[in-house]
Every structure is written in structure tokens, then in C-alpha cells.
Write a protein that binds this ligand. Structure first.
Ligand SMILES: Cc1ncc(COP(=O)(O)O)c(C=O)c1O
Length: 631
């Protein structure tokens, strides 16, 4: 068993059958709540600290070696920390699938894949997030869709596919019920997933310590835009013609600094569920208490630990209900750090400014909410948060200051530095200001191995670089005139037009690494003597098709598989007088239109033996329809 599997085993020990559970019906309503045992298996004897601390895994990293190997501006994901956090949440929630990771907090495939493999669920706010979750391996039964701007058709399809939909308004609830009614009247009554209602609580949910940013992060305000007012929920649910609401949800807000709001919310949602049962005879048994548990950004910050929340909830949860949680910060926040380096040191009126090459383009919460992250110097020690120096980012913007008061005497140009607690709402809020690109992602595996999962982005990834003012450029040269074909002909490439049609390839060897990675060796003949771009597409394309069909267990290619997008970079030439090696890595297959229609992401690299390293790399999006006509 690999270490990765071993780590997963720890998580899965407490697992129940996959999927956000169907509430049992008919629901028993008569038991006295006060006499019931705790709803969670949470161990009260747990000796975990009451206060959440700054993580310690990143201080143990060899930052100089990491910088030398992977360069600067790189996200570092700790598998062990992420899975330990999920374990803590699982202790409260009873099963990993009751922990719904909000994809908005960190949509990095590295994070999503770890959580999907560990059995967690995904909370998505858009069709794009649903696709990312599916490609990372979350099955529909472990995907929830919750948005104040939900798309009806996306929601209906997910519900039909067995997923969870959270209705954020009476209007949306009525619309999706109408959809279900129309389907029923048309004789179509599919088994559906879970339908929850987002409640705008009627209770006062407050931070213990009111900060300048509290207004922006409090998501359960009575005057806010989220959810159906608590006092309207029973009527809204009772008025449904076809659908049955199986649960209630609310989210207290981000960076909640005490446990009381979660306890209050559990009781409040329980009361609303009881009122629904009184009116309709059916108790919604899923209570989704949302996310919101805060994490510290300074050692002086006071936030309850996940275990402290578990203790507080242990006696407050009612065993008639299944509780779901949606931790963003408190699941991924301390499991990712951002590696940077010092690019300059300068003096401005006697103040030393040390300038790093990571900044608020990736750490936007510093700008939005003034949350300064802890920063480690090259030796793993935390930089001070007082002193006469400042640590600035690289951007042309004054607010781009990582530490406004610190001591940078230990830092010199070229040194590594590491921004801690950068896992939540950093990559997902990152901008491309000043033409900045991410250096990609590496994952620190639970067994200590470091694996690069996302490559460094290049200037060509800049969407604006592809968005010239084309029509204005064309309008500068308005005169249209025909070009004679005998003018064109001598300019055209005979190689592309004719010679490359003679390119041929044959498989010489193939290996698989599990079901998602494959390596192929090709014998190639080409009139130009190297792998041309069209040939690279054919080689990688065919290898991707073979890999996809193999992953899905097909023995023959009995239906069409086609590409819908391609990204190809060729950095070195690969000679064709030697074998060409192609490595293919596949995402999970996500469902597309019908049940047999799928899409998946493919990453490929290509190399020859003469030149070290990958010579070409890229990705495809591949689609196929298993019910297709075949080719
Ligand atoms: C509905 C919902 N659930 C969960 C979260 C996660 O919040 P946090 O990262 O504070 O735990 C958010 C964040 O805004 C949210 O909107």
C-alpha cells in the first residue's frame, strides 16, 4: 500500500456509504430531544488544543532547496495537513462526505483531488466549479450546488443526477419545483438527490470581536442577500407541489471567532425543521451548518480549533438530524503556503524595504480585508510583526505590502521566504495585475515526497495578450484588395501542405501507472526529421484516446472520441530518428449532456532521448459519447 493510500485509509475508516445521505422516511417525531444522546461520535476526551494555531509543517521545509528546484511564486500544498484537518471535521460530522469543501475557497485540482479521494464532498457555486469538482473525482452524490445566482438548468440536472441543490430564494425554490412538476406531468419522475433551503437566520449572529471587515464577511445578516428569511421558510416549503425539501442550510460568515454562532445556528435550523414537520408531516433531516470557522493569521489571533467546535457542538446536536459542514478556511487555509523569494532590498528615507516577488495579486485578502499572513524567512523562523523595516510585494500599488512593520535583517536578495496560511481564497482570488503569473503548485505528499502538479504559467496564458483590439487593427488598413493565388502559392509551406501527410507513427511500448497515467513509446517517421506540431497533436491525441478508453475499461475503440480544446507548447525539437516518448495523465471523467456523454481533461508531455527533459507539453479537453455511432 502506498503512503498516499495509507493516508486515505486513516480518513476512510469512519466512512459510511458514499453520498450525502438520503433522510430516512417516515421520520419519527415523538422522541423528547432533551433525553437523546449526542448526535455525533465526537470524543469528549480529545485533548486537542482549544485554540487554533499557526501550522508548523511549513517551518520544517528546506526552503532553499524548494526554491532551487521549483522557483518562486509557487503554491505548496501539504497533503498531511489537509487530511488531518479533514479528519478533525470528520470527527464532528460523522463521515467525510458530510464535510462539503467550498470549491471557491481553493479550486486547485491538487486540493480537490486529495479531498475527493479522501471521501469529502464539494460545495460548488457555479457550473464551472461543478465541472472542476467532477474532473477531480467527486461523484454527483457528493456535489452540492449553492449560489445566490443559481442556474436552474444546472441545478435540475444535478438534482436528477443525484446531487444536492441548495435553494437560496423562494423564487428559485418555486422555479425548480415547477421544473419537477413539469417532468412529473410528462411522465418523467426521476429519483432525485437532496434539496436544501438556504435560511437567512432570524437570530443575531455576531463576531465576538468586531473588526473593520466584519461587515464584509458576515454572511448571515438579516439585511443581507443570502437565503430565505427564517420566518418565510415554512410557507415556502409547504407550498411546493412536487419536490420535498430534505434539509436546511445557513452559513454564519467567514472568520467566525467563537463557537456560539454554530451552536445557535444548529438550534435555530432544528426549530425551523420541526416547524416544517409540524406543517407538512415530513422532517427535513439534513442540517448544513455551513462554513465560517476562522483561522489565525497571527499568533495573537484567537480562533477556536476545529476540535473545540466539536466539543461545543457535541451536546448541542440532535441525533434526529445529520449535520453537514462547509469549512473553507478551517479545512484548507493552513494546508497551503506560498513560496517566494527576495528580489531587492532598498532604503526609502531611512526605512529598509525588502521587496519579495510574491504579493497581493495572490494574497488579495491583505488588500480586501487587511489580513496579513505570517511569513517565514529562509531558516523557517517567523518574521516579526514589529520593527522598522517593511516587507513589500512586487506590484505597482502601495497596498501591496506583506508586512508593514517587521525586521528583515535576516533577508538578502535571492533568499526564499514563505507565506503561511495561504490556502483559502488566495489562488481563487488571484489577479494578473502587472502581468503576473502563478509559478504553479507543488504537493508535499504525506510520505515527504514533493511532486509538482501544476506547471508555471507563461506570458501566453495572459488572456489579455490574446485579446488585441482586432477590429481596430483591421480598420487601420481599410483598403480591401484581392490577392492573386499565384502570389500566395510561393509563400505557402510545402511541408505543411504536402510533406507532413507522409508522417507516420507506430507504438513500440506502453506502460500504465494505475488507471490515470500512461507512458507510450513511438517509432516515428517524418520527412522533416523532427516532431512537427501537427504530428505532436496526432501523437498526443491518439495516446490520449488510448489512455481514456483503457481507463474506462474498453477493449476496442467502438465510438468517436474528439478533442474540443488544445494547449500545446513545444520548447525543444524532438528528432524522429529515435523513439518519441509520450506521457499521458487523465483527470476523472465528468458527465456532460446525457448519462453516457463525458468530458475529461488530459495532460501530456513529450520527449526524445537526445535532449534532457520534456520537449513538449500541453493539454486537451476530450469528449465522447459512449452511445455514439462508432468509427
Ligand atoms: C455557502 C458557503 N459555505 C461555506 C463557505 C466557506 O466559508 P469559510 O471559508 O469561512 O469556512 C462560504 C464562504 O463564503 C460560503 O459562502
Amino acid at each position: 500500500m502506498s503512503d498516499r493510500t495509507a493516508a486515505r485509509g486513516v480518513i476512510t475508516r469512519t466512512r459510511k456509504p458514499a453520498g450525502i445521505p438520503m433522510p430516512a422516511a417516515p421520520v419519527e417525531l415523538a422522541v423528547e430531544r432533551a433525553t437523546r444522546p449526542s448526535a455525533t461520535p465526537y470524543a469528549d476526551a480529545c485533548a486537542a488544543p482549544e485554540k487554533a494555531c499557526i501550522e508548523t509543517w511549513s517551518a520544517a521545509l528546506n526552503l532553499r532547496a524548494l526554491l532551487a528546484e521549483h522557483g518562486s511564486n509557487v503554491w505548496v500544498v501539504s497533503e498531511a495537513q489537509l487530511l488531518a484537518n479533514l479528519n478533525s471535521w470528520t470527527r464532528i460530522a460523522g463521515a467525510p462526505e458530510h464535510v462539503l469543501f467550498p470549491v471557491k475557497a481553493n479550486p486547485s485540482p491538487a486540493v480537490l483531488e486529495l479531498l475527493a479521494a479522501a471521501g469529502a464532498s464539494a460545495e460548488c457555486a457555479s457550473p464551472a466549479e461543478i465541472l472542476l469538482a467532477r474532473l477531480a473525482g467527486f461523484p454527483n452524490a457528493r456535489i452540492a450546488y449553492n449560489s445566490p445566482a443559481a442556474d436552474l438548468s444546472t441545478a435540475w440536472k444535478l438534482l436528477v443526477a443525484g446531487g444536492t441543490v441548495v435553494a437560496d430564494s423562494c423564487e428559485f425554490l418555486a422555479a425548480i419545483d415547477e421544473q419537477a412538476t413539469a417532468a412529473r406531468e410528462a411522465g418523467d419522475a426521476p429519483a432525485l438527490g437532496q434539496l436544501l433551503v438556504r435560511v437567512n437566520p432570524a437570530i443575531d449572529i455576531r463576531y465576538r470581536k468586531c473588526e473593520a471587515w466584519s461587515e464584509l464577511t458576515s454572511h448571515a445578516k438579516k439585511t443581507g442577500k443570502f437565503g430565505i428569511p427564517a420566518e418565510e421558510v415554512v410557507d415556502a416549503v409547504a407550498s411546493l407541489r412536487t419536490l420535498r425539501v430534505t434539509g436546511l442550510h445557513a452559513h454564519v460568515g467567514t472568520q467566525m471567532d467563537h463557537v456560539e454562532p454554530f451552536v445557535q445556528l444548529a438550534a435555530h435550523l432544528g426549530e425551523i425543521a420541526d416547524a416544517i414537520a409540524d406543517r407538512t408531516g415530513v422532517l427535513p433531516t439534513l442540517l448544513d451548518l455551513g462554513g465560517g470557522l476562522g483561522i489565525p493569521f497571527a499568533s495573537t489571533d484567537e480562533f477556536p480549533s476545529i476540535d473545540a467546535l466539536g466539543h461545543a457542538l457535541a451536546s448541542a446536536l440532535d441525533p434526529r438530524f445529520t449535520y453537514l459542514f462547509e469549512p473553507g478556511h478551517a479545512l484548507v487555509g493552513n494546508a497551503v503556503a506560498l513560496l517566494g523569494s527576495v528580489v531587492s532590498v532598498k532604503n526609502v528615507r531611512g526605512k529598509r524595504w525588502t521587496i519579495a516577488d510574491v504579493g497581493t495579486d495572490q494574497l488579495a485578502k491583505i488588500t480586501l480585508l487587511s489580513w496579513h499572513h505570517p511569513v517565514l524567512g529562509p531558516d523557517g523562523h517567523t518574521l516579526a510583526t514589529s520593527g522598522n523595516d517593511a516587507l513589500g510585494g512586487p506590484l505597482c500599488f502601495s497596498g501591496d505590502t506583506l508586512l508593514p512593520a517587521t525586521d528583515t535583517s535576516s533577508l538578502k536578495v535571492g533568499d526564499p521566504m514563505l507565506v503561511q496560511h495561504a490556502g483559502a481564497y488566495c489562488a481563487s482570488l488571484a489577479s494578473t495585475f502587472n502581468g503576473r503569473r502563478s509559478g504553479g503548485t507543488v504537493v508535499l505528499r504525506a510520505n515527504g515526497a514533493i511532486e509538482r502538479t501544476t506547471p508555471r504559467a507563461s506570458g501566453l496564458d495572459e488572456p489579455l495578450a490574446r485579446g488585441h483590439a482586432w477590429s481596430a487593427l483591421a480598420a487601420m488598413h481599410e483598403t480591401r484588395m484581392p490577392l492573386a493565388l499565384d502570389v500566395i502559392a510561393p509563400l505557402s509551406s510545402k511541408v505543411l501542405r504536402e510533406d507532413l501527410c507522409a508522417e507516420r507513427f507506430a507504438y513500440i511500448a506502453a506502460t500504465s501507472e494505475g488507471t490515470h497515467a500512461y507512458e507510450f513509446e513511438f517509432a516515428v517517421s517524418s520527412p522533416v526529421g523532427f516532431v512537427s506540431m501537427p504530428l505532436a497533436i496526432r501523437l498526443a491525441g491518439d495516446a490520449a484516446i488510448v489512455s481514456t478508453l483503457r481507463m474506462l475499461g474498453y477493449a476496442t475503440k467502438a465510438f468517436p472520441v474528439w478533442g474540443t480544446s488544445l494547449d500545446l507548447r513545444m520548447s525543444k525539437q524532438i528528432a524522429t530518428n529515435e523513439p518519441v516518448r509520450v506521457r499521458i495523465e487523465l483527470s476523472h471523467a465528468a458527465q456532460r449532456e446525457g448519462p453516457k456523454s463525458r468530458r475529461l481533461a488530459v495532460r501530456f508531455t513529450m520527449r526524445g532521448d537526445a535532449v534532457a527533459g520534456d520537449a513538449a507539453s500541453g493539454s486537451f479537453e476530450i469528449m465522447f459519447d459512449e452511445a455514439g455511432a462508432g468509427c
